[in-house]
Structures are given as structure tokens and as C-alpha cells.
Design a binder for this molecule. Structure first.
Ligand SMILES: N[C@@H](CCC(=O)N[C@@H](CS)C(=O)NCC(=O)O)C(=O)O
Length: 202
């Protein structure tokens, strides 16, 4: 049984979606987190070293950081093919998109949001327009990041786009909207929304 430490309106929500996709046995453990507006408190029940979510516990094993959690879960629950395994031709692309999400996409959007200047050659990431050129080039030739098959990389990336699309830091385009809709129209996404709503967070 996987425990997902969860707080509403956070990066933990998309892991309900992923766990539903995987058909994995899991339970939610609601914890409070410190919010950007000053509300919320550090929760001592949360095993994350910085009090953040998402975190999962699998027996004695604790995993945090969205990309690591995604990889751990898709390796552990391979039945529905939501993440290519070692030996699969798309494993390299999968690892690349997970790491790119954490190491380039998140800092790119955060630096745009915070209006930090990103200097090529010094920061380890690029500006959002360069990120979006890659996303556009990828999704113009295939429905999902890895090709024809949906994966946990799409869970991370498309749910982030869903949140920010149309805001000053992420322009809405037909291509992006179609991708987000393709991912959000999956039955597991709807189930995850219901589960959050029933937990009182809808
Ligand atoms: N890099 C982490 C980010 C996790 C994160 O910052 N989560 C936010 C909620 S979306 C949080 O827990 N904030 C509370 C805090 O920073 O104390 C990941 O992708 O898992």
C-alpha cells in the first residue's frame, strides 16, 4: 500500500491521477503545508525534509520530488505501461522528460514568474520560450511527449500546463490546449478529480 502525503491545490494532486492510472493500491494522508500567502503550517506528520508535498511512503521507503515519485511508481506498477521500463526504446526519452521537467521546466516558469533574468550559459535552464519551442516541436509530430503512448511524464507536464495556460507566463495555443485536453480527458483524471472533491477539496 502506497501512502500519498497530500495537500489540496498542490503538486500532490497530480499523483492521485497517476496512482489511478497505475491501478496502484494507495491511501491519501492529508497534511498541511506552508503556503505562499503565509497561511498553513509545517506538519510534523509529513516525512518530507522541508515539509513539502508530494511525498510517498512505500513501507520503509520514502520518496519525494515529483520526477522521482513518478519514476518510482511507474517502475513499481508496470501493468498499465504508464512508464517505459529499462530495455524499452523510449526509456531514455522518459528519463529525459522527467529530469527536464524538474531541472528545466520548473525553474524556467518560476524564473519567469519571479522576473529573474536567465543568462544563457550560467543558469542550468533556459527561458520559457525555448522550452515551448521544444514542446511544440515534440507535440507537432506526436500526441504525447514519448510518442503515441501516454506516460507519467505527461502527467507532470500537462497538469502544469493546465494550471498556467492562458496566464501571462504561458500563452494558450491550439496545440497546447489539444494536448492538455488529451491528457485531462483520461478517465483516471476524472476519477482523481472526484476523489479530491470527495476529500473536500473539489
Ligand atoms: N520540487 C518539488 C516541489 C514541491 C513543492 O514545492 N510543493 C509545494 C506545494 S505545490 C509545497 O509543498 N510547498 C510548501 C513549502 O514549501 O513549505 C516537487 O516537484 O515535488
Amino acid at each position: 500500500m502506497i501512502t500519498l502525503y497530500h495537500a489540496p491545490r498542490s503538486r500532490a494532486s497530480r499523483f492521485i491521477f497517476l496512482l489511478e492510472e497505475l491501478g496502484a493500491p494507495y491511501e491519501l494522508k492529508e497534511v498541511s503545508i506552508r503556503r505562499g500567502d503565509g497561511s498553513g503550517a509545517l506538519d510534523t506528520a509529513n516525512p518530507h525534509p522541508h515539509g513539502k508535498v508530494p511525498v510517498i511512503r512505500d513501507g520503509e521507503t520514502v520518496v519525494y520530488e515529483s520526477a522521482a515519485i513518478a519514476l518510482y511508481l511507474t517502475d513499481k506498477f508496470p501493468q498499465h505501461g504508464i512508464g517505459p521500463l529499462v530495455g524499452d526504446a523510449t526509456r531514455g526519452a522518459y528519463l529525459t522528460w522527467l529530469a527536464y521537467y524538474a531541472g528545466v521546466m520548473e525553474p524556467a516558469w518560476m524564473s519567469a514568474f519571479m522576473k529573474w533574468d536567465v543568462r544563457r550559459g550560467t543558469a542550468g535552464w533556459v527561458k520559457t520560450d525555448e522550452v515551448m519551442e521544444l514542446v511544440k516541436a515534440t507535440l507537432s509530430k506526436q500526441p504525447f511527449l514519448l510518442g503515441e503512448k501516454f506516460s507519467a511524464a505527461d502527467v507532470l507536464v500537462a497538469t502544469t500546463f493546465k494550471l498556467f495556460m492562458g496566464s501571462p507566463i504561458l500563452a494558450k495555443t491550439d496545440l497546447l490546449e489539444a494536448y492538455v485536453n488529451r491528457v485531462a480527458s483520461r478517465p483516471a483524471y476524472a476519477r482523481a478529480q472526484d476523489i479530491e472533491a470527495k476529500a473536500g477539496h473539489g
